[in-house]
Structure formats: structure tokens, C-alpha cells
Write a protein that binds this ligand. Structure first.
Ligand code: AMP
Ligand code: ZN
Length: 136
């Protein structure tokens, strides 16, 4: 994709701090890290969103994410890590090239978890049925 920053990184037109590469994927440090070691893992082939990314590629990316998460933990002496993906503008996706975030976490890092919303038993039931009906 011509104007995609991540495609430019893959082609070597924009520099990055590369930490891993194989035939299908590239992993590099996020330029505005939430925590030191915050890494992005991207498929080398351009797909705008997670939804559009073929499932066989997603199957292959999971072990890579796991490998990198473990390496981040060991190298930074982190206590855990978050795996994240923003799918769509509403979810905070700024760059339209599928990418997973792996963010090292520390027991005392002060990063808070997401807030929760109230949901009645009726809503839980209704939402469950409506999601189940849409699974293909
Ligand atoms: P998202 O909001 O999920 O689309 O995340 C995009 C991420 O890409 C952000 O965390 C940015 O800091 C990061 N980013 C943008 N440009 C670059 C770049 N040239 N090198 C590394 N990370 C980048
Ligand atoms: Zn791209």
C-alpha cells in the first residue's frame, strides 16, 4: 500500500528498531511507547484491519506474539505484558495496517485497567443471544 507508514517500514523506506523478522511478519519498537519495550508486530502483507486479515495469517502470528512477549519479559525483567489490537477508528486504530501491540507491564507501573459498565442480567442474556446469532 503506497501511503502506508508500516508498508514503508517493511520496504526499508522508513527506519525502525527491528527486533524480529520472518517471511510473514516484522516486529519493531513503537515510536511512542506506553512502556519501554512496547513492540508492534505486523504482517508484511498489507491488510487494513484485523477483520480483513486472513485467519491463516492470524494463526501464524500468535506464536510470534507469544515469543516476543516472553523475550520482552525476560529482557526487561517485566512482570507481565498486555497484547492489544485496535480494530477500527472507534477503537483507536490510527494506522490502517493490521498490527498487534505487546506492552511490557510491571507490578508497580501504575497503568490502570479499563473501566467497567453496568449490565443487567436481562442485558447480559440479550447481548449473549445477539452475538451468538452473528457468529459464522
Ligand atoms: P494504533 O493506534 O493501534 O493504530 O497504533 C499505532 C501505533 O504506531 C502507535 O502506538 C504509534 O506510536 C506507532 N507508530 C506510528 N508511527 C510509527 C513509526 N514510524 N515507528 C514505530 N511506531 C510507530
Ligand atoms: Zn501497509
Amino acid at each position: 500500500m503506497k501511503d502506508c507508514i508500516f508498508c514503508k517500514i517493511i520496504k526499508g523506506e522508513i527506519p525502525c528498531h527491528k527486533i524480529y523478522e520472518d517471511d510473514n511478519f516484522l516486529a519493531f519498537l513503537d515510536i511512542q511507547p506506553i512502556a519501554k519495550g512496547h513492540t508492534l508486530i505486523i504482517p508484511k502483507k498489507h491488510y487494513n484491519t484485523f477483520e480483513e486479515t486472513p485467519s491463516d495469517l492470524l494463526e501464524k502470528i500468535m506464536p510470534v506474539i507469544q515469543k516476543i512477549g516472553i523475550a520482552l519479559k525476560k529482557s526487561l525483567a517485566a512482570d507481565g505484558f498486555n497484547i492489544g489490537l485496535n480494530n477500527g477508528q472507534a477503537a483507536g486504530q490510527l494506522i490502517l495496517h493490521t498490527h498487534f501491540h505487546v506492552i511490557p507491564r510491571f507490578n508497580d507501573d501504575g497503568l490502570h485497567t479499563w473501566p467497567s459498565v453496568k449490565c443487567t442480567e436481562e442485558e447480559f442474556k440479550q447481548i449473549t443471544e445477539s452475538i451468538k446469532a452473528k457468529i459464522k
